[in-house]
Design a protein. Structure first.
Lengths: 94, 284
């Protein structure tokens, strides 16, 4: 079993999509292990103290238990999860 | 390691002073750190970002390299530390009494409370529980997304002490933070897993948050098996056993935060100095 892979379609969610993650935040809220991180994009922002372009990155796929709640809660269907082996399973069986 | 290896380094008044902040040019560091706080785990450091860090650290050679470099960064006391990587930024869990002593006596004014960065970026929730002071409390107001709306956020010492007590009794864990070591300017009220520090500590074994100077003990005679304490623990250290109708504790998991005490009506939970439990004496 491989690693868990989580992909976000930034054409659907993010500054170039129809959803601003700061307004939605549903995936962040439903994820028990807190896999997602919402952050400003790495580009230069006109006001570096108050950046205006934000995206969500699945930063900790290693603690994802592949429950699928993020996929079903996303209003713009931007999240895909390919279930794999979590860090916990790796440590127990690896 | 000079700091954070026990001995209540957080009780040293100099670590809170503007004198120290000036000497190390902390204001400049904190401006850069806080402007970039939410992208800390996204940026590449020596070719690696923290995305999937748990997986990366499982890799045979690269994993060990990453772990040792991450530890060096987290505890760095070298000159020229990089604020964008949050070099030298780590904390320690403390019980309510120690946190209130800090806010009443050691923290440099002005004192503010602001929305928790971790909870915003990892749970999507705005929760005004982070108490910041010293020169950090002059920088955070520039990041308007973290300034509470319709809530008093500039606090005097008494208000800060009361706010922390409310948060601790709700179940949040008090923690004191170096940013960067040895300058102390924050007392957070954390929950796991969305606290960035506790994520790295509890899931990946990095020493971003040290365990407290204390440990909780359960008095078997006093425990009535009501289980109220179990739901308070952010570390999964408490468990109820139906067979004996008592709560047991895993000292390897206990951070000594003292939060479970707030739920006990039978005086069965007592915080003791960490060094009084032989196998846990240096287990920070």
């Amino acid at each position: 079993m491989g690693k868990t892979k989580i992909k976000i379609d930034y054409k659907k969610c993010g500054p170039d999509g129809k959803m601003d993650p700061r307004e939605c935040r549903k995936c962040l809220n439903v994820c028990d292990p807190a896999v997602f991180l919402m952050h400003p994009t790495l580009e230069e922002h006109p006001d570096p103290y108050n950046p205006e372009k934000w995206v969500v990155t699945p930063v900790w796929p290693d603690v994802c238990t592949s429950c699928g709640k993020c996929v079903s809660s996303c209003p713009v269907e931007a999240i895909k999860v390919s279930p794999g082996e979590s860090l916990y399973k790796m440590r127990m069986h690896g | 390691m000079k700091h954070g290896a026990g001995g209540k380094w957080y009780m040293n008044a100099r670590n809170y002073s503007y004198e120290l902040a000036d000497e190390y040019n902390m204001k400049e560091y904190l401006e850069e750190q806080w402007k970039n706080m939410e992208t800390l785990f996204i940026r590449k450091i020596m070719g690696f970002s923290s995305i999937g860090l748990g997986y990366k650290m499982q890799m045979p050679l690269i994993g060990r390299f990453l772990r040792s470099n991450a530890e060096k960064m987290i505890h760095s006391e070298k000159p020229g530390r990089n604020p964008v990587r949050a070099d030298g930024h780590f904390g320690q869990v403390i019980p309510l009494e120690d946190a209130q002593h800090i806010l009443g006596n050691l923290a440099a004014e002005p004192i503010i409370k602001n929305y928790c960065v971790c909870r915003w970026m990892q749970r999507g929730v705005k929760d005004a529980v982070c108490i910041n002071f010293g020169c950090l409390s002059q920088i955070i107001p520039k990041l308007t997304r973290y300034i509470p709306v319709d809530e008093k956020w500039q606090l005097d010492r008494e208000e800060a002490i009361a706010a922390l007590e409310t948060q601790n009794k709700k179940g949040y864990v008090a923690s004191v933070w170096f940013q960067p070591v040895p300058y102390i300017n924050a007392i957070c009220s954390c929950e796991s897993p969305e606290c960035g520090g506790l994520r790295l500590r509890n899931d990946f074994g990095l020493r971003t948050v040290l365990k407290g100077e204390y440990l909780m003990t359960v008095n078997r005679d006093n425990c009535q098996g009501c289980k109220a304490c179990v739901r308070m623990c952010q570390f999964g250290a408490l468990r109820y056993l139906p067979s004996i109708n008592k709560v047991i504790i895993n000292h390897d998991k206990c951070f000594g935060c003292g939060v479970c005490r707030h739920a006990c009506k039978n005086d069965a939970l007592q915080l003791v100095p960490r060094e009084s439990v032989p196998g846990q004496a240096r287990n920070f």
